[in-house]
Design a protein around this ligand. Structure first.
Ligand SMILES: *Cc1c(COP(=O)(O)O)cnc(C)c1O
Length: 393
């Protein structure tokens, strides 16, 4: 029988959870069991050999974690999915699981701080050549890909200046040299961007951010081509960066409202960015939804929503940022992003604190930059809060 693929709002609620759990529970129970027992030895062997579905040991698979993997698989339209203890575990396990000495990986300079450390610190140590290109120079990225690589690793929009990278064009270039295309889709979730449909082979997520959405659980997810997901799963089941049942259950719950939350994040991101762009004390606003964004056309082509992440710089220096942040009331001054509550912070003292002032300038990060993760509050209240805080600057 033919089934139309279910829509994303419906999949957020139902995917992976269509069947009643044991005792008729309509919510997947939290199976805090390290191991799973068998009465019949034949069953045990069949499950261990993969001939029968089931679970053996929770470092490998767990019945609470499984529905979460299925939910993200359906939302991204992927062949397969697996999970990790954190987003960085998903990213590092994917890279370590796919790369070996002598391989070459091409990526961009503006990846997430932890990913950047893997590229600069850990991969070179295992004799993997890493080439990090100017994020804004798509021709240069294409040229480096054409020289040959095993993996092309992308992230878009980037942190903290929301640059947009053309996934479709670069995936084509990568496939021409037989490379695997990996995209970090944390800022978008499958509601706003579906990299597999744009040509990517694998998509990684920090589920800690929008997917869970409530800043109370950490996790990582990987979806994509089955042969590749299987290779990374094997690396993870042996090396052990496993997602536990409790956070998996919390992320499953968070994801039921994923589409609703993303719609509101998109609205609030746009409303706050538009407000700030017209404010006399604001120097620059970085948001892919603004028509003046240098890559607005590509953003429009590959994203179905522009998200809740934006950044802006003030006229003046870091002292002005301190005044603004200390007067904001409807925003936690904290690291992280993608939560129901607005989060705000200066890259100078958070994500990019380890760079020198000159390095930040070279990376195009103004000292007076503020990163703003718009939550799901009412936009009028967020704007009124910014208004009173900006008045003090
Ligand atoms: C937070 C984040 C990560 C890392 O996720 P953790 O769950 O903190 O390990 C990776 N990529 C992006 C884009 C992120 O925002």
């Amino acid at each position: 029988m033919h089934h139309d693929p279910i829509r994303t709002g419906t999949a957020s609620v139902w995917a992976g959870e269509e069947q009643l759990s044991s005792e008729g529970a309509i919510v997947p129970p939290v199976f805090n069991s390290v191991t799973f027992g068998f009465e019949a030895m034949d069953d045990w062997f069949d499950v261990a050999l993969g001939k029968k579905p089931g679970h053996i040991y929770s470092r490998n698979t767990n019945p609470t974690v499984r529905p979460l993997e299925e939910k993200i698989r359906v939302l991204d339209g992927a062949q397969a999915a697996t999970s990790f203890s954190t987003g960085m575990a998903a990213i590092s396990n994917t890279l370590f699981g796919l790369l070996q000495a002598g391989d070459r990986v091409v990526s961009i300079q503006d990846t997430y701080g932890g990913s950047n450390k893997v590229f600069n610190e850990f991969l070179p140590r295992m004799q993997v050549e890493v080439c990090l290109c100017d994020t804004g120079d798509v021709d240069a990225i294409e040229r480096e890909v054409a020289r040959g690589c095993t993996v092309l690793y992308l992230e878009t929009p980037t942190n903290p200046t929301l640059k947009i990278v053309d996934i479709e064009r670069l995936a084509r270039a990568a496939h021409a040299v037989g490379a695997i295309v990996v995209v970090d889709n944390t800022f978008n979730t499958p509601i706003n961007q579906r990299p597999l449909a744009l040509g990517a082979d694998l998509v990684v997520y920090s589920a800690t951010k929008y997917l869970n959405g409530h800043s109370d659980a950490m996790g990582g997810l990987l979806v994509g081509r089955k042969d590749l997901v299987d290779r990374v799963f094997h690396y993870r089941e042996i090396t052990g960066a496993t997602l536990h049942a409790q956070p998996a259950s919390m992320i499953l719950r968070g994801m039921k409202t994923l589409e609703l939350r993303m719609q509101r994040h998109n609205e609030n991101g746009m409303a706050v960015a538009t407000y700030l762009a017209a404010h006399a004390k604001v120097n620059q606003v970085f948001y892919p939804g603004l028509p003046g964004h240098p890559n607005h056309a590509i953003a429009k082509k590959q994203m179905s929503g522009f998200g809740g992440m934006l950044s802006f710089s003030l006229h003046g220096g870091f002292e002005q940022v301190v005044v603004l942040l200390e007067h904001l009331r409807l925003a936690h001054k904290a690291a992280s992003l993608g939560s129901v509550g607005t989060l705000v912070g200066p890259p100078r003292t958070t994500s990019h604190v380890e760079l020198s002032a000159q390095e930040r300038a070279d990376a195009g990060i103004p000292e007076s930059l503020v990163r703003y993760s718009a939550g799901i509050e009412n936009a009028v209240d967020l704007i009124a809060d910014l208004e009173q805080a900006l008045a003090r600057v």
